[in-house]
Design a binder for this molecule. Sequence first.
Ligand code: MEV
Length: 332
Amino acid sequence: ENMLSAKAPGKLILSGEHSVVYGAPAIAVAVNHYVTATFSPSDTDTLIITSSVLGQSRRTLVQLEHLVAHLDQRFERFLLGELAVQDVLQTPHDLLYYTALQSDSLPSGTVTIHSDIPTGAGMGSSAAVIAALLQLFQSSSCAQQRDDKKPEFFQKVKYCERLQHGRGSAIDAAAVTYGGVLKVQADKVTPLPLELGDGWYHFHTGTPCCSTGETVAAVRAKFSHRTDLWQQFAKITQAFEANIKQPSRLGSAMRANHQLLQEIGVVPAPVSALIAQIESMGGAAKICGAGAHQGETAGQVLVYFPEQNSETLSAQLGVCLTPLQQQLNGAH
Ligand code: MEV
């Protein structure tokens, strides 16, 4: 049958989370976990969106007539439509889905969203949902985007993300648009032609109690004026980029990054203790993504420890390390 589908990858931040919000560079890598959106048409005049992305399954029935009345073809006008339609779509995520559906002739049928990106884990699942939906409704096939369309697509994902999280950086939007290893600074995205070698791992400490938006807001309230701190972060990310092929110096850039992340209060104590343990063994580690300004868990932790294999490390630390190399998503 006439089924269409589109997918978008998750990402991990290697260096520069938080500081990227204040104009410092960050380096991220797209991973081979995906959000997939599948559309199956029907001849009713409704669009049903079902999603298991938020852990609990959710189903939104959109009356097309109502929806189309508020749509404006020009992307910038979506906000207006969004406000008017709040009574139809009751949750922020449904609102997001609606916002992503930027066609004034929405098809009728069912959209099903699946994800194998761990949610709430700092892996960018919400940007991937937006990107998968945008692709689905933009193209009549699941063909990959043409290169010359990417800047526009990037802007759209970024716009939808801002609606959801308030102000934030463009890093997730860049990862879902371009894939591969990327440097992002403000709106500038530079693909880094890098192969990440051995020794990179990540592990999940549990879903943080606060959302990315809440943690970013908590940091902003206390540290937005601390340009000195953001400059230190920027230097570390530059050192990270310069040394990514000289592993001997990467560890110190990561340890310095971890120090600063602790200073801005996004590394919960139990996670700090694990990272200290890794450092005492001779490796380097840092949170990866927003972390958390409260509670005990922080989502993902990135580990760089070329001298150790994942089984040994996992056993010693009592966590489950995943080698990053097996999870890379090539540029797309
Ligand atoms: C979250 O994945 C990364 C942060 O830097 C927020 C952002 O960039 O928008 C914490």
